[in-house]
Design a protein around this ligand. Structure first.
Ligand SMILES: [Zn+2]
Length: 100
C-alpha cells in the first residue's frame, strides 16, 4: 500500500494528542477514528478469527500481508476513506472556526 499522507510530519489535526499524524497514529492510535476502527476490526475478525487477539501493530501487519484477498482490500480502502472523510470534515470545521 502506498501511503498518501503528506511527507512533512505535522501534528494530527483532529485530536488533541499532540502526536504526529503518521501511519501508525492514523491507523492505530488516533482516538477520533476509534469508532471506524472498531467497525473495521469487527469485519476483519470474520476473515482472521485471531484478529482481535493481535496487538494493533500486528493486526496492521497482518492486513498488509493479507491484501491479496480482495475483500480485505475493499474493507481497508473503505476504512481509510472514512477516516479521511472524518479528518477532512474536522480540519474544514477547524479552519472555519479560525476564519470567523
Ligand atoms: Zn489524532
Amino acid at each position: 500500500m502506498k501511503w498518501v499522507l503528506a511527507k512533512v510530519q505535522e501534528l494530527c489535526p483532529i485530536c488533541e494528542s499532540n502526536h504526529f499524524e503518521d501511519e501508525s497514529h492514523f491507523l492505530i492510535y488516533c482516538n477520533k477514528y476509534s469508532i471506524l476502527r472498531d467497525e473495521f476490526y469487527r469485519k476483519m475478525e470474520h476473515i482472521v478469527p485471531t484478529f482481535k487477539q493481535l496487538s494493533s501493530l500486528q493486526a496492521i501487519g497482518e492486513l498488509m500481508t493479507l491484501q491479496i484477498i480482495i475483500y480485505i482490500n475493499i474493507q481497508l480502502a473503505k476504512f481509510i476513506s472514512s477516516c479521511f472523510d472524518l479528518r477532512n470534515t474536522n480540519v474544514s470545521l477547524s479552519n472555519q472556526t479560525y476564519a470567523t
